[in-house]
Design a binder for this molecule. Structure first.
Ligand code: FAD
Length: 313
């Protein structure tokens, strides 16, 4: 039996609840608008269903990928085999005094607006980052001098171990320090943990002042970044002591194009999809930029975006 047959024959309850779909085009689920189909695509409605799906994959030896809002991904034109599990329906937010708790699928935008409406400050930096809470904690997302690590109080996660997932208490509790946050990195990446929810510790402030700060960051973002074209944000991590966009610009690569993938004219650290870019185009462009910057400045550019699936040469 292939993966689709195994899933459709063994996960009958979840199939009946319409949580599972097959051959779903992933370009519709990521900000780059690039990517072939997911062999199996699941949208669990509860954390219990997420646990059930993960345990199933481990038991059946099926590979799985946890998809947030898809804003930091380059997905292969061939798509992904195995199961893609989207957190989009896990989107509960609650507040207790100065603490806000959010499930993994909550959009950062919604989290920030909820905090602002309740007069809680600290998350303004994240308002324009087009990801989910799970993706932001996983990546330690940051902007304008703020990072997730500055406001995160604790999280609940899952470990990809069948014995734990099948136990009566599969949830792992992480205090702030347990996340081992560093620049665009966290313990979740290193240990392969799946994020369920986080609590953020914020400070009381006048909602109008919070809104003004969010609006200011939004203006800066629209002024400097190609927000009108599909992309996955900054392609490369910032090498210490340099600005990535300037390095690329100084190599004369502003606007440089392979197929429909181009170095953004507005911000050279972004690669944009001008219409029908393929993952292959983007990968070739990434390699070209890396080689050119290295041969000119001897600086290695490491990708920040996650490249998924195997690409044909
Ligand atoms: C226009 C634009 C601007 C951007 N600006 C910024 C910026 O200013 N700062 C910044 O840091 N980033 C920025 N980004 C990148 C991106 O938005 C962030 O990295 C974001 O945190 C990714 O969240 P996501 O939900 O989209 O994750 P996805 O892209 O869906 O996934 C990213 C990684 O996180 C993992 N993941 C997602 N959810 C979970 C979970 N629940 N448990 C475990 N792993 C999970 C995925 O498996 C994947 O490996 C930008 C992107 C765009 C398109």
């Amino acid at each position: 039996m292939n993966v689709k047959e195994i899933v459709s024959s063994k996960l009958t309850m979840l199939n009946e609840e319409n949580i599972i779909k097959y051959d779903v085009p992933l370009k519709d689920y990521c900000s780059f608008k690039i990517g072939g189909p997911a062999e199996v695509f699941c949208v669990p409605k509860t954390q219990a269903q997420l646990i059930e799906l993960m345990a199933f994959c481990l038991r059946e030896n099926i590979s799985y990928f946890i998809l947030g809002k898809g804003s930091n991904l380059l997905i292969s034109d061939q798509g992904l085999t195995g199961m893609v599990i989207s957190t989009s329906a896990l989107n509960k937010i609650t507040k207790d005094e100065n603490y806000i708790s959010a499930f993994s699928g909550v959009l950062l935008k919604d989290l920030c607006e909820f905090a602002q409406e309740h007069g809680l400050s600290g998350l303004e930096f994240a308002h324009g980052i087009p990801g989910s809470v799970g993706g932001a904690v996983y990546m330690n997302a940051g902007a304008y001098g703020g990072e997730i690590k500055d406001v995160l109080y604790c999280s609940k996660c899952l470990s990809p171990q069948l014995s734990l997932l099948e136990s009566t208490n599969p949830i792992i509790h992480l205090k702030a320090a347990d996340h081992c946050f560093a620049y665009r990195s966290s313990a979740l990446q290193v240990q392969g943990l799946i994020h369920l929810s986080s609590v953020f510790k914020l400070k009381q402030q006048n909602p109008a002042e919070i809104l003004a700060k969010m609006d200011d960051f939004k203006l800066q973002r629209w002024d400097k970044q190609p927000m009108d074209l599909p992309s996955a944000g900054s392609v490369f991590k910032r090498p210490e002591g340099y600005f990535t966009g300037k390095l690329i610009d100084d190599c004369g690569l502003r606007g440089y194009r392979i197929g429909d993938a181009a170095v953004s004219n507005k911000h050279c650290g972004f690669i944009v999809n001008l219409g029908n870019a393929t993952a292959k185009d983007v990968l070739q462009l990434i390699r070209y930029v890396q080689q050119t910057v290295y041969s000119r400045f001897q600086v290695k550019l490491e990708t920040e975006i996650r490249v998924l699936g195997v690409e044909s040469k």
